[in-house]
Design a protein around this ligand. Structure first.
Ligand SMILES: O=C(CO)[C@H](O)[C@H](O)COP(=O)(O)O
Length: 230
C-alpha cells in the first residue's frame, strides 16, 4: 500500500450480518469501500466480545482491499503474531492497553504488518507523541470503544487537529472511528483525518440482497468528507 492522504472509507463489519461475513465483505468492496475494518473485542478492555484470530483468518480470502484489524484487547502483545498470521494488513493496538506501547508497535512492525496506535476519548494526543516514528496510523476513537451505533464525541475534533500538527510530514494516517456519518465526516476530514471508519452509517438500510444501499451510504460519507477538504 502506497501512502496517500485522500479520504478512505473503512466500513466496520461490526455492523454487518454476522451470519454472512464473506458476502458482506465482498458487497462493501464492490460498492466502494477502500479498507475493511475489523473490530476485535475481548470482554475485558471493552465490554463486548467479537473476533478471535480464526475469525479473521476466515475473513481474509474475501478481502481484496486492505484489512485493518483494530485490537481492543489487553494485554495485547501475546496476540499480535496470531492476528498477523491470520492475515491482517494493519494491526492497531491501544495506547492504554499496557505500559509499553512502544514495545507493542515494535512487535507489530516485526511481523511485517503496518502498525497503528489508538487513543480512547479520554486520552490526550500527547500520549502518542513519541510513538509516531513507529506507526503508520493513529486511530482516534470518537466514541468509547465497545459498541457500534453510539453518538459522536465532538471534543475529539481538537485531538485530531493536534495530531495532524504533531504528525507533520510523516507518512502517518489519522483514522477516526465512532459515530461517523455524512454529518460528522466533514468535521473529522477538516480536522485532518483521512481514514473514516463507519459501521451503522454504511450498513444501515442495506443487505447483501440490496447492496446498492451500501454504495449510496459510502458515497454520501465520502462526498461529505471530500467537500470539506476542497
Ligand atoms: O470500534 C467500534 C466500536 O468500538 C466501531 O468500529 C465503531 O463504533 C463504528 O460503529 P459506528 O459507525 O456504528 O459508530
Amino acid at each position: 500500500m502506497t501512502f496517500d492522504r485522500r479520504i478512505k472509507i473503512a466500513p466496520s463489519i461490526l455492523s454487518a450480518d454476522f451470519a454472512n461475513f464473506g458476502q458482506e465483505i465482498r458487497a462493501i468492496e464492490a460498492e466502494g469501500a477502500d479498507w475493511v475494518h475489523v473490530d476485535v473485542m475481548d470482554g475485558h478492555f471493552v465490554p463486548n466480545l467479537t473476533f478471535g484470530p480464526p475469525a479473521v483468518k476466515a475473513f481474509r480470502p474475501h478481502v481484496t482491499s486492505f484489512m485493518d484489524v483494530h485490537l481492543m484487547i489487553a494485554p495485547v502483545d501475546p496476540y499480535i503474531e496470531a492476528y498477523a498470521e491470520a492475515g491482517a494488513d494493519m494491526i492497531t493496538a491501544h495506547v492504554e492497553a499496557g505500559p509499553h506501547p512502544h514495545r507493542t508497535l515494535q512487535a507489530i512492525r516485526a511481523t511485517g504488518k503496518k502498525a497503528g496506535i489508538s487513543l480512547n476519548p479520554g486520552t490526550p494526543a500527547e500520549a502518542v507523541e513519541y510513538l509516531l516514528d513507529l506507526c503508520d496510523m493513529v486511530l482516534v476513537m470518537t466514541v468509547n470503544p465497545g459498541f457500534g451505533g453510539q453518538k459522536f464525541i465532538h471534543s475529539q475534533l481538537d485531538k485530531i487537529a493536534r495530531l495532524r500538527a504533531m504528525i507533520g510530514d510523516r507518512p502517518v494516517h489519522i483514522q477516526v472511528d465512532g459515530g461517523v456519518d455524512p454529518g460528522t465526516a466533514p468535521l473529522v476530514a477538516k480536522a485532518g483525518a483521512d481514514v473514516l471508519v463507519a459501521g451503522s452509517a454504511v450498513f444501515r438500510g442495506g443487505s447483501v440482497a440490496d447492496p446498492g444501499v451500501y454504495g449510496k451510504n459510502i458515497r454520501a460519507i465520502r462526498e461529505a468528507a471530500e467537500a470539506a477538504t476542497r
